[in-house]
Every structure is written in structure tokens, then in C-alpha cells.
Design a protein. Structure first.
Length: 158
């Protein structure tokens, strides 16, 4: 169902892809937007290794929500910071693309916990997150991406 990588010698392992999902902080969620135009949104996220799903938070209405309601298929792309070896002008990095289906989470304990995990990923102060959750969570729509396929690629930007 999903294509094999054309440049298979540059393929990243599943473990490398998971490491990037765990460590990196931002990526681009791509949906089928209005009138069939692609709609890519840079987002913060939380990857849950236990259930192999990715979680996002955002407003309860808007282009993103309308797009998800219309079509649940999506992709999520991210990349690591890369390294620049001494004497080289280019970076070596690894990109990851995830394909899957995304859904709006109903008001539940899991949605609350995943929203809190997103907060803790970016702000290590539990007290700050608790305060933010009290004020903001009622206005948040949580999204859950169920992963169907992951692919990663080593890139040399030269």
C-alpha cells in the first residue's frame, strides 16, 4: 500500500525514526484541505511509545478541524537537527514521514493526559503545566494520529 523508498541505501531504521519522534519538538501535519489543496500545519506534538500514536492539540474549530472531518488520512513530517562535520559545508540529517489516520479525541482521561504530556515536553515545570491546563484545556481539541506507516531517510545536503 505504501511505496518503497527509491533511494533505499539512504533508508533510516525504524529505531532511528522512533528516536526522532521521541526527541524532536516540531513537525508538519499535512491534510487534504479546502478544494483539494494540500494543507500543511507546523505543530508541536507528543509521541506515545506505548501505543505508537502521535498527539496534537489545537483549537476546536478551523481549517485543520474541517479538513480532518472531511478526510482522516494524513502525513506528519519531521527531521532532526542534523550535524555538520568539520571541514564540510553541508549538514547530514534524518527526516521522518509518518502516514496514518487522524481523529478528534473525545473528552476523556487519555486526551487530558496526552495534552499534559505535550505541555511537559516543552515546559518541564509540572506546576506551570497544571495552571495552564486549568485555564486552557477546556478550549483545546486533542487529535490522535494512528500510525500506519513510518519511513525515514538520511540526507546529505550537498
Amino acid at each position: 500500500m505504501f511505496r518503497e523508498m527509491r533511494r533505499f541505501k539512504q533508508k533510516a531504521t525504524l529505531e532511528e525514526c522512533i528516536k526522532i519522534l521521541c526527541e524532536e519538538k516540531r513537525g508538519v501535519l499535512s491534510l487534504s484541505g479546502d478544494d483539494g489543496y494540500p494543507y500543511g500545519i507546523p505543530l508541536d506534538f507528543y509521541y506515545n511509545k506505548e501505543n505508537n500514536k502521535i498527539y496534537f492539540h489545537g483549537a476546536k474549530e478551523g481549517h485543520k478541524i474541517d479538513s480532518i472531518k472531511r478526510c482522516d488520512k494524513c502525513s506528519f513530517t519531521l527531521w532532526d537537527k542534523g550535524v555538520k562535520n568539520e571541514g564540510e559545508w553541508f549538514y547530514r540529517l534524518t527526516s521522518v514521514i509518518v502516514f496514518g489516520r487522524i481523529r478528534l479525541m473525545e473528552d476523556s482521561e487519555l486526551a487530558y493526559d496526552m495534552c499534559k504530556n505535550i505541555g511537559l515536553k516543552y515546559n518541564p515545570s509540572k506546576e506551570d503545566i497544571e495552571q495552564e491546563m486549568i485555564h486552557s484545556y477546556p478550549h483545546v481539541q486533542m487529535l490522535e494520529l494512528s500510525i500506519e506507516h513510518i519511513s525515514g531517510k538520511h540526507i546529505k545536503e550537498e
